[in-house]
Design a protein. Structure first.
Ligand SMILES: Nc1ncnc2c1ncn2[C@@H]1O[C@H](COP(=O)(O)OP(=O)(O)O)[C@@H](O)[C@H]1O
Ligand SMILES: Nc1ncnc2c1ncn2[C@@H]1O[C@H](COP(=O)(O)OP(=O)(O)O)[C@@H](O)[C@H]1O
Ligand SMILES: [Mg+2]
Ligand SMILES: [Mg+2]
Ligand SMILES: [Mg+2]
Ligand SMILES: [Mg+2]
Lengths: 195, 329, 329, 195
């Protein structure tokens, strides 16, 4: 079950992971994109963390909405609207219930897909969101399953986003958005949100 | 990385401050945003708003002014601006006749501009958008995936004059889409660009190599080759553009030779000279031509060549229409 | 050397052909020479002729047109043009009211322009010349040895408007000399230029070094230092210019931030932003300002800063006077 | 004594030396100037050689004049007007007499100094012209004396021309104009003009 407290911890932990891995994420993006995924996500999550720590939320839904709006207005690029749409959809779902974590993640994934039109297997963050959802549904979300889902993007040829310009030369590289999404679910694990 | 700058993270702000100071007679910045607006607005006319990541100077803020854009939204370097800023630009630019967004075809730009459009429509503003995808570099891929590059400034110029001339939002949208179907661009890179926050070049190119079809963010092109004379580069680019545009003898066109940032005018004029003699062989009538840095890729060395078929006689008139913008056109 | 060109020895011709093609509405070339003339002449007005080695594009041919130069003489890259060509330019430009030569202070330019002046005078044309030596880089040397650099374009602009306004040859000469005494420029280089016929960079600069006071042909500056932030560069240049010009609070000035060829507008605007805040601290009134590539050094990376004390109120008016030239001003 | 024949040979030999040493001259100029002395002189002397070989001269004076005008209109830079002024003055002197070779060289040197205002010892071509004139006057012009005069410029600090910008950093480098002037006198020696 999500609470204001554990959701805050989750997203703050996510921010800290992004901050630590900013250079690495940009490096991954430089290989198959334009090299800004690290700084985009660092700018956005840092702003989000500051907002979260300075606001007293009365609901998880409200918290996700503020997180979404902050990401939308600070990340930019492709990942800004995507993470933003995810969190916005999660906010809506959390209005209905904060008990069903998989349902919230499912809403987030749908938000991303509505905005970005990517299916699973196109070498984007969708791949990790979808794998994480599967794992949540079967109660198998672990460091290992996350790592595997992230790693899996290495073998895929990109057909969405900037990496698609590389066609078959995109194979052999991790997708940066998949890696940052991996941190989101690692942070979830560490936040003791799921039993 | 050798750049004249302060903190890499301050590049956008410092640049916009210097830009707005230099051109304070023509433009101003909405505080704490990357939105640059013109000082003199055309009451009752449709407003054009463009933008995208920064690093393409003078695009897009340089083209804000009478006869061209009403506002430009400047994102971080090579990063699409965010919907809230685009929304600010739309609100500021709208004079009651609606706003046309001119968007280059990148996933990030499309998504951020679409979100802004949705938000603006929720506030009761009429907004349309067109997508510029003139880069023919990656031939085999579907047309809808093509990148938007230097040809965008032709779109700004023609639509800007048409808007000043009183065209409606839907007329401008149609005209914009029409221009895009008659336009193609192809670039060549000799040296990569360095994004300030990254601190190292976006790709490697050997001392004797060039890459055809590279994008304005350093996206991969379609072929690497041995460095060749200007004539050979012109031959390659013109023949690729020809097979895309399928022009016929006697057709009227506009030509843009665009420097990518670090390539001096000397080389651009040499290149234009070779392009010129090829177009002459093709018996094309060049009604309008430009050489210079219009859509750069930070400090990339190279040029791009844009050809626009002047399918509509008005387009030439609009291209020649005088403007009052920070960057000359 | 990575350049878009054909044979290095053909660089000048190829470039001038491309230039004249691009700007055929405004200028033309005297066959087989490096002389670029304007198409619309001011009957009965004094003609201004400038020139020098090529490699400084858009200088000087870019400033040929109504309100600025009557002709420009383009020498080989970094090499003064020859007297016979300068003579051609003088003959072509003269409209009966005499010709003023605007010469940058280099031994070669001085000698070639002086020889041309002697030849023209033998043919009965009234010719005067002024020498621009705005580069304060080498402080200890005598003032008469200083190089002519970017400030030259301010001289073109002010005298061009004055000539159009009907000033006489001797008035223009006096005004030009007056401007030069109130003007100072200083440059900084981050990367050297490569002359096409030489094929390698003109000097070496380590990856973390810059050089203050470098000339537009790569002539040595006054100090090498660790690369520093834009703010620090602005501080150095402004304080050197201050000790030369000895300005006082409230004085009116014109400012030019000039890119040296390979430095993108992004960096130039960042630099202008830092210059601006220093000039504000100095309580100077900036009546006129420009940022862009006006007097380049082929593909050198760096900028120069020119400050002109507006000692005469007319200068501001003349700077703002509209022109019709290939390169915008 | 100068004749149309031996003067033609002299200047053609000079041209050939310049053509062979173009890169070397530019290299010298790159060290203390702007790197174009080789291409300037090559462009000019090649044009001069073509003119000389395609013209039937009736006098040495006429020959020098054509050489002068060709150099003036093709070399450019500082060296164009200087060599041009030298040959123009030599043409005038040759009108009076072609017997007195030192007098002709003296006229050339004066032409250069009138145009360039340089004195001996300022690290320019003047130094070699002056040394060659001294040697001619004393009948000691040899490969050795020319080489010595050229080499001497290495130790001088430039106070004229572009090299002057380097101030004391110009010391230790040969002056490119001095080296090209050396070739002129080498060519004279080889041309059997002086006994
Ligand atoms: N259409 C899409 N759907 C889902 N994810 C996408 C899509 N396009 C891009 N992405 C994700 O966005 C990431 C890149 O984000 P970022 O570098 O911040 O933006 P940009 O590509 O605009 O520079 C990719 O690694 C990918 O995971
Ligand atoms: N005032 C002068 N008097 C005599 N010789 C000079 C003078 N200035 C320059 N020179 C000579 O000219 C040479 C440089 O010629 P060049 O490189 O062709 O011209 P530039 O210096 O204009 O590039 C110098 O090496 C020097 O010998
Ligand atoms: Mg990216
Ligand atoms: Mg990006
Ligand atoms: Mg020179
Ligand atoms: Mg030289």
């Amino acid at each position: 079950m999500l609470t204001v407290e554990n959701t805050t911890t989750w997203l703050v932990t996510f921010t800290d992971k992004i901050t630590q891995q900013t250079a690495y994420l940009s490096e991954l993006d430089q290989a198959i994109g334009d090299g800004d995924h690290g700084s985009n996500m660092a700018r956005g999550t840092t702003a989000m963390k500051a907002k979260l720590e300075n606001t007293a939320f009365t609901s998880v839904s409200e918290l996700f909405k503020v997180a979404a709006m902050t990401l939308i207005s600070t990340v930019g690029g492709a990942s800004g609207p995507l993470y933003g749409s995810a969190f916005l959809a999660m906010s809506k779902q959390a209005e209905a219930s904060t008990e069903d974590v998989p349902a919230i993640i499912k809403a987030g994934l749908e938000g991303i897909q509505k905005r970005g039109k990517a299916e699973r297997g196109e070498k984007t963050m969708v791949d990790v969101w979808a794998a994480a959802l599967d794992a949540l549904d079967t109660n198998t979300l672990t460091h290992h399953t996350i790592e595997e889902a992230v790693h899996e993007t290495k073998h895929i040829q990109a057909t969405k986003g900037r990496a698609a310009y590389l066609a078959d030369r995109s194979v052999g590289h991790l997708d940066p958005g998949a890696v940052s999404t991996g941190y989101l679910f690692e942070a979830m694990l560490e936040g003791d949100i799921i039993q | 990385m050798k750049k004249i700058m302060n903190q890499p993270k301050d590049v956008l702000n410092d640049m916009l401050e210097g830009f707005c100071y230099t051109h304070e007679d023509l433009v101003s910045r909405i505080n704490d945003t990357g939105v640059i607006c013109r000082k003199f607005v055309d009451q009752g006319k449709v407003a054009l708003v463009s933008g995208g990541g920064s690093g393409h100077e003078p695009s897009h803020a340089g083209y804000v002014g009478q006869g061209m854009l009403s506002a430009a939204v400047c994102g971080e370097v090579f990063t699409s601006p965010t919907p809230d800023q685009i929304l600010e630009a739309i609100k500021q630019a709208d004079q009651g006749a609606g706003v046309l967004l001119i968007v280059k075809n990148y996933t990030g730009d499309i998504m951020n501009f679409e979100m802004a459009q949705e938000l603006a429509e929720m506030e009761g503003i009429s907004v349309e958008h067109i997508v510029v995808n003139d880069d023919i570099s990656l031939e085999p891929r579907q047309k809808s995936d093509r990148r938007g590059v230097a040809g965008t400034v032709f779109v700004h110029k023609i639509l800007g004059a048409a808007a000043e001339n009183g065209a409606t939002l839907s007329q401008l949208k149609n005209m914009g889409n029409d221009i895009v179907t008659h336009m193609a661009t192809l670039g060549v890179s000799l040296l990569p660009a360095t994004v300030p926050e990254v601190g190292k070049p976006g790709f490697d190119l050997a001392e004797d190599e060039l890459e055809f079809g590279i994008g304005i963010h350093g996206e991969p092109g379609y072929r690497r080759e041995q460095l060749k004379p200007s004539k050979g580069i012109a031959q390659e680019l013109v023949s690729q553009l020809k097979s895309e545009l399928q022009w016929e003898k006697g057709e009227h066109i506009a030509v843009l030779v665009n420097g990518l940032g670090a390539t001096p005018l000397m080389e651009q004029f040499i290149f234009m000279n070779d392009v010129q003699s090829m177009l002459q062989e093709e018996a094309l009538v060049v009604d309008y031509k430009k050489v210079g840095n219009y859509m750069t890729a930070i400090d990339m060395a190279g040029v791009s060549l844009t050809i626009l078929r002047l399918a509509d006689a008005d387009w030439k008139t609009y291209l020649q229409h005088p403007v009052q913008t920070p960057a000359p056109f």
